[in-house]
Ligand binder design. Structure first.
Ligand SMILES: [Zn+2]
Length: 396
């Protein structure tokens, strides 16, 4: 499993107090257990804690329903194997968008306990987004009666590339105010439990094979069409992260060499034709109020001819870009997510035409193309799944 960027700094605000120290030690043990079951002796070795301290904390975690133990024989000696308890332990999924925040709580047995989204102001700074996430998480924990100590980790989705070497939001994010922020460090310091950060399209892909109808699929591409366009890949059954984690930047595939200037500085990128930002600009001329992505879906379903044309052009361009990618990686399924999912075949048909035209025949014919059934929940659910993935817990 590729590693996800993690902070190594202390996460306790008052390291001097006994309870803060115990909390910190418990988190260290949970971090080890997120990589799979382990013996108490191995936990002591990995954390540097004494075996007595490990034994005490494991007992407390057992009493709280967070962990369970079983006697095993390790290297010819009797040992106690410790694993996180899938019913008692809770994973958090947080999805930040340009204008929204969604938080979900799920048990490690894949049961969703709570879920809520709120609007964020356009152009919000990372501090504001993080504060809103902390508040919403506290509200959901409170309402669902989940103790904070039951949270084993949080997955976080950001609509932009994440440099996995550092956990920093890289240039090109749809939230320009967040670029250069070490989102991982900020969140770990604030939340006081392990945090895993990933790009939202990667989480969409993980969500489809975890929560969606594609659980048996080893080669899947998730394409998010929103204010920006990005793709997440599952290859040979695992998320694909490339060298530094910046993959799936298909929104910047050149479609028209002399096309419009893109926010990346290039010309004629896919985003300048098929992002909701472009569609809203094209269709919003002459409108009194700025359009939303929901307006585009509504107008297309009402058969507004200009909207249908813009959607068709966008779909063809997306299909062309997908054809090139499909030729390279031969996915079994391509899932389209984002706020235009309500367009259904109005968007899928031109994408399919573009794909079939630009992929080699056998790939064009055999690649399944579908809308995401998870809607705007895909990324937050994928964020929670990131914690399951680190805990080595698969859905049964
Ligand atoms: Zn571009």
């Amino acid at each position: 499993m590729p590693s996800t960027p993690r902070s190594t700094r202390s996460r306790t605000k008052n390291p001097g107090s006994q309870s803060a120290l115990r909390h910190l030690n418990q988190q260290r043990i949970i971090e080890c257990l997120l990589n799979g079951p382990s013996t108490q002796a191995e936990l002591a070795r990995q954390t540097g804690l004494s075996t007595a301290t490990v034994s005490n904390i494991v007992k407390i975690m057992q009493d709280a329903g967070l962990a369970s133990t079983e006697p095993i024989t390790s290297s010819g000696r009797r040992a106690l194997n410790v694993r996180l308890n899938s019913n008692g332990a809770v994973a958090v999924g947080i999805d930040f968008g340009r204008r929204h925040l969604r938080v979900v709580l799920a048990t490690l047995s894949y049961h969703i306990i709570a879920e809520e989204s709120v609007l964020l102001p356009l152009g919000h700074h990372s501090d504001e987004g993080i504060r809103a996430a902390v508040d919403l998480l506290a509200k959901l924990l409170d309402e669902s009666g989940v103790e904070r100590s039951a949270v084993v980790g949080a997955g976080v989705g950001i609509p932009g590339p994440i440099d996995r070497r550092t956990g920093t939001v890289a240039q090109g994010a749809i939230l320009p105010e967040w670029v250069g922020i070490n989102i991982l460090q900020h969140l770990e310091d604030t939340l006081n439990f392990p945090v895993f950060v990933d790009n939202d399209a990667n989480l969409g892909a993980l969500s489809e094979v975890t929560w969606g109808p594609h659980s048996g699929i080893s080669n899947l591409m998730f394409m998010k069409i929103g204010s920006g366009i990005g793709a997440g890949l599952i290859l040979n059954g695992a998320p694909y992260y490339g060298n530094v984690g910046i993959t799936g930047e298909i929104g910047h595939a050149t479609i028209h060499e002399h096309g419009l200037i893109c926010r990346c500085g290039n010309r004629g990128c896919l985003e300048t034709i098929a992002s909701t930002t472009t569609m809203i600009e094209l269709l919003g001329r002459g409108e009194e109020k700025p359009l939303s992505a929901e307006d585009i879906v509504r107008k297309a379903l009402e058969r507004d001819s200009a909207t249908l044309r813009v959607v068709d052009d966008a779909g063809l361009a997306v299909g062309r870009a997908l054809g090139n990618v499909a030729n390279l990686i031969n996915p079994e399924v391509i899932v389209v997510g984002g706020p235009l999912a309500g367009l259904g075949d109005l968007l899928l048909d031109p994408i399919r035409r573009g794909l079939v035209r630009h992929a080699v025949p056998v790939i064009g014919e055999t690649t399944k193309l579908t809308m995401s059934s998870l809607g705007d929940r895909a990324e937050a659910l994928g964020a929670a799944a990131l914690v399951f993935q680190h805990a080595g817990i698969r859905r049964s």
